[in-house]
Design a protein around this ligand. Structure first.
Ligand code: SF4
Ligand code: SF4
Length: 363
């Protein structure tokens, strides 16, 4: 066995800037607990140039060595990201639909790197079976766990110490004691401020985390074709960047995984003023032949600007992304069956969640 087989990796997927510190501190806690267990451990971010704009999916990693010395662990971990991981922690359930994190990799399945019999732990108020409507199937069994909590906001400028770290650590210790075990986790947490409160949160999460084995083939179909970059023999001479043809979008650059909420449109009250089309910074609206504006959700980053500029009350309302399992265009759905669309609109808007970091409030 080489170093490769003796390092366990944990991937932490978070929303850039909104959850940056949260992810970093969770990684730190796993590293220190592993060290309490007498193993070398380190953590590193996915990126060198930090394109962690609002909401962009981003990643932290933890590497823990078993029978590996510190130097070999550092040497082996000096890479952009590991090929495979033992556990994935997802800090916002809207990330389960896939991540386009960086570098034109395309929208990747959330569990792309999970090892056979690996574990994924999600912070969510949804149940396991609901989450599986968004998670791609694997050709092996794996474990899905849910720590019951709302998505937490702990970004660059503010740290919300709402005990999400302790909940995640407790859940991980239960599901993967080979990564961090409860006794050493408590030892680590007891050195922190307000230790009693933190220890009881760890214990509560440890005993209440919901989990089960997800069987091979369970989950959704997710087509992932990694973009193929041109080789040097195929490139044109000089610096040539072919433009995207007018009226088309770049298929390889779908920033839609950035959004944790999406605009819903009530076409029955739309006055066709065009403001959403004008103001959308990502040019997501397409004018329809009858003068309405349809949305390409694949490209919508959920900024909420369209909801803010729309002059008609309740015409555009932002709704939690986890309410949707597909990217169907709203206008097409409305044209297909207006009564059904209205009922659907009512149901998703009723279930709308308020998040602390919602940029566009809707009306
Ligand atoms: S929320 Fe609205 S304005 Fe923002 S990217 Fe999506 S469609 Fe465009
Ligand atoms: S801003 Fe609102 S009212 Fe105006 S076209 Fe867009 S959806 Fe319709």
């Amino acid at each position: 066995m080489g170093v490769k087989d003796e390092v366990k990796y944990v991937e932490i997927v978070y929303r850039g800037i909104f959850q940056k510190r949260l992810a970093k501190y969770i990684a730190e806690g796993i590293v220190y607990t592993a060290r309490e267990m007498g193993r070398p451990a380190l953590s590193f971010g996915r990126y060198g140039d930090s394109p962690e704009r609002n909401g962009v999916p981003a990643k932290y990693y933890v590497g823990i060595g078993d029978n590996v010395n510190e130097e070999d662990l550092i040497g082996y971990s000096t890479r952009v990201e590991p090929d495979l991981v033992d556990a994935i922690i997802v800090l916002d359930d809207t990330l389960l639909k896939g991540v386009e994190s960086w570098a034109w990799q395309g929208v990747q399945p959330i569990n792309l790197k999970l090892k056979s019999n690996g574990t994924m732990l999600v912070t969510s108020t949804k149940r396991i079976n609901e989450l599986l409507k968004m998670i791609p199937k694997k050709d092996f069994n794996w474990t899905l766990g849910v720590v019951n909590t709302q998505p937490s906001f702990s970004g660059l400028w503010a740290f919300k110490d709402d005990l999400t770290m302790e909940k995640v650590w407790g859940g991980l210790a239960k599901l993967r004691p080979d990564i961090i075990d409860l006794d050493h986790l408590i030892k680590y947490v007891s050195k922190k401020q307000d230790a009693d409160k933190r220890i009881s949160t760890v214990k509560e999460a440890y005993s209440s985390v919901d989990y089960r084995t997800v069987m091979k083939g369970e989950g959704i179909d997710f087509v992932y074709n990694p973009p193929r970059l041109l080789t040097w023999q195929e490139m044109l001479e000089g610096t040539v960047i072919p433009a995207v043809p007018r009226g088309k979008r770049n298929e390889l650059f779908k920033r839609g995984t950035t959004k944790f909420e999406r605009p819903t449109v009530d076409f029955d009250i739309c006055i066709k003023c065009k403001l959403c089309w004008i103001y959308c910074p990502d040019e997501c609206f397409d004018e329809t032949p009858d003068g309405y504006y349809d949305i390409a959700y694949d490209y919508c980053v959920g900024c909420g600007i369209c909801a803010d500029v729309c002059p008609v009350k309740d015409c555009i309302v932002m709704v939690d992304e986890s309410m949707f399992t597909d990217y169907r265009r709203p206008y097409e759905m409305w044209k297909e069956n207006k009564i059904k669309y209205k009922e659907w609109l009512k149901s998703v808007r009723q279930a709308r969640k308020e998040r602390v970091y919602v940029p566009g409030l809707g009306r």
